[in-house]
Design a binder for this molecule. Sequence first.
Ligand SMILES: [Fe+2]
Ligand SMILES: [Fe+2]
Length: 297
Amino acid sequence: MNLDLDHMLAQTEKGQWSVDELDWSAPLAGAGSLSTGERREAGLALLFTAGLERQAARIFRLAAHFADDERARAIYGHFDVDELRHAEAEIRLARRYGVTWNDLPLPTRAMFKAMSADLERNDRGVHEFSAATIVLFELALDGILIPTLKESVRDPLQDEVFKRIDQDEARHLAMDYWLLDRKGQIFQAAGRDGGLDHLLGRRSLPRRILGRAQLAAGFSVTLMAFAAMKPVMGSLHRKVTEPAVVRRYLARVNAIPRRAQAALAHPMFRSGLAGQRYILGALLAAAGRSPRLAAYA
Ligand SMILES: [Fe+2]
Ligand SMILES: [Fe+2]
């Protein structure tokens, strides 16, 4: 995949905006048809999204730290700021629904804490895994959560926030594809073990096992946090698992190798894909829908 990094950097710099440019005193509009419970759900979903945006900020901070190209480093530095801005905007939007951070279920807050602790270390393994899989999270945010929230409430301020976020996210996705493709090419050239040695250095067996265990632990914490969101998400949980929404998301996931041609050569991307299919299946089953993803093809 070819990407003009000079152009991307210029566009990223031009696209910067501030939450303070928006008028936060505007009262929430278009939520009149929502019950008190549904308003709360919408607010919690915004906070959940904000929690994910903060993780994305850390992932980009790591990508900047390990970038071998000056322009990529500068772009990722801006993306870090973008994601923190998105989180800030979503927390402010949630406040208009009367919901604040501590209203999130404890396991969910605990997941965000655990994820941050992992991402806070400048660990090459964490970087490589997150760089290989962030596209799956960004597509989920971009293709599932935000459109669902947009459809639930037609609030001009919220629409404006999401419009700006979308513009930033289009650049993030382009860089996600670019990085995934570059990493995948390493595996195409060196094979699975050679590629891992290239990215992570030669590791002893105990270190390899530890790396796997950390990955599995992170994965189960994520699953628990999603499960904890279920009772507080109520009707929103049904909306995000609508067959049409799932179909659209999976179509974009399946199209990743068209953008990042070497993606499937990357074993961490394939693990992420398996994990994401597992989480999606669990979410679908919990909503009383078929967990067989083939049913949404
Ligand atoms: Fe974002
Ligand atoms: Fe993003």
